[in-house]
Design a protein around this ligand. Structure first.
Ligand code: ATP
Length: 407
């Protein structure tokens, strides 16, 4: 029996095969020099309304990049412009170095998975998957070989003769994925592809999608408003709000070093404590209310008296004896202890009339904390980050700088 490499059989580029085989860190110089996708100052205007504002982004070959943001932030419009279904008002789109901005969708060689799957109800699973190859008028034996291989990759070979209505949501999603990869596109776009699945199946499919992506070496642009899904799946995440990029970074960068208050608030649970800068430098000191002064790392210049927001994740907050040993401390009063299984969430009133949340393990620290307790709260400087309250437009330039630095 002839063994067919999926990447070659589905027509992925040699670069993708190379990438897949050698691993993400060993991408060839040629591949690294030409981004798989380049968005250059992409804008979409509907009358006076800017749905997408000057979005620029380079995506490396084989990278999994997620557009993440609240409803209406411009994710789908950006994706649809890449796919060719929405015309940009200005800006250019390049796929593997080729300018595709003025080309129709079918000439862009991009695979697309829609949220509602968009399967043809009157065609079998096999016919649905073979459809892009039929349109391309490939020879019949090749259509059969590629279609069966795509079905094998998504584990649906046994259901090839069924119709979409005879499949579960997860199976329909797999058909849509097989149809998107069957012609071996170097770039795959996915618009909330797991949105309709229940939590358990969704988590299973997240891992399946990543395996298939690695197997094919394909570049993926993924849209979701689920920040946990974005962190789990992505090499890099593009956080969007009001049509503009707020930050581009690895999941851990976004979590630990958010570019502004919006990103800090949007990614994971966090405490955002307002203060005033009293000494500047790379690790400025801020005052919180009148009773506490703490040092916070930052990557920007601050001026004395400026309003600033300290970002402190609940799992980094220490109480009582552990807090005494920390670099930064302040006093507070426990307002409420909320039991949530493995951990307890402790709400503490701190100087300046603000409330801080701590996440404590129920097997340890949490057992000794009670409502009404006066407690010392502590944290290490490295666990915090100082951000400002920049608007989407103002923070766009800092997001772009972050991208430049990441290249
Ligand atoms: P969601 O998560 O809800 O899908 P999104 O981030 O994908 O949101 P988009 O669908 O890209 O957001 O929409 C961005 C903005 O552009 C929204 O305010 C939307 O109302 C607006 N918009 C989208 N399409 C049009 C259109 N054809 N005409 C006018 N405004 C539009």
């Amino acid at each position: 029996m002839r063994v067919v490499e999926p990447q070659r059989a589905l027509g992925a580029t040699d670069k993708a095969v190379e990438f897949s085989a050698a691993g993400a860190t060993a991408v060839s110089r040629a591949a690294a020099a030409t981004p798989s996708l380049r968005l250059d100052s992409l804008c979409k205007q509907y009358g006076d309304f800017g749905a997408v504002k000057t979005v620029s982004l380079d995506v490396r070959q084989g990278e999994f990049v997620t557009l993440l943001g609240p409803s209406g932030s411009g994710k789908t419009t950006t994706l649809m412009m890449i796919a060719g279904f929405v015309d940009p008002t200005s800006g250019r789109i390049r796929v593997d170095g080729r300018d595709v901005t003025d080309e129709p969708p079918h000439r862009r060689n991009i695979g697309m998975v829609f949220q509602n799957y968009a399967l043809f109800p009157h065609l079998t699973v096999y016919k649905n998957v073979a459809f892009p190859l039929d349109v391309r008028k490939l020879p019949s034996p090749e259509i059969r070989e590629r279609t069966m291989l795509a079905l094998e990759i998504v584990k649906l070979k046994d259901l090839a003769d069924r119709y979409p209505a005879q499949l579960s949501g997860g199976q329909q999603q797999r058909v849509a994925l097989a149809r998107a990869i069957v012609f071996g596109p170097p770039l795959l776009l996915m618009d909330e592809p797991l949105g309709a699945l229940d939590k358990k199946l969704r988590e299973h499919m997240q891992i399946e999608l990543l395996k298939i992506k690695d197997q094919l070496g394909v570049t993926v642009i993924y849209v979701t408003h689920d920040q946990e899904e974005a962190l789990v799946m992505s090499d890099r995440v593009v956080v969007m709000a009001n049509g503009a990029i707020q930050q581009v970074g690895r999941p851990d960068e976004l979590y630990r070093r958010p570019a502004n208050r919006f990103v800090a608030d949007f990614i994971g649970e966090t405490n955002i404590i307002e203060g005033r800068v009293i000494s500047h430098g790379s690790s400025p000191t801020i005052s919180i209310g009148s009773a506490a002064q703490v040092r916070v790392p930052s990557n920007r210049a601050w001026t004395s008296g400026e309003r600033a927001f300290l970002v402190l994740r609940p799992e980094c907050v220490r109480l009582g004896g552990l807090a005494e040993a920390c670099e930064n401390r302040m006093q507070g009063v426990v307002e409420r202890v909320i039991y949530v299984g493995d951990v307890s969430r402790v709400l503490i009133a701190v100087p300046g009339g603000q409330t801080l949340s701590a996440k404590l393990q129920n097997s340890g620290e949490a057992r000794s904390v009670m409502s009404g307790d006066k407690v010392t709260i502590g944290w290490e400087s490295d666990a915090t980050w100082l951000v400002s309250d920049l608007s989407a437009a103002a923070s766009h330039s800092s997001a772009m700088q972050g991208m430049e630095a990441g290249r």
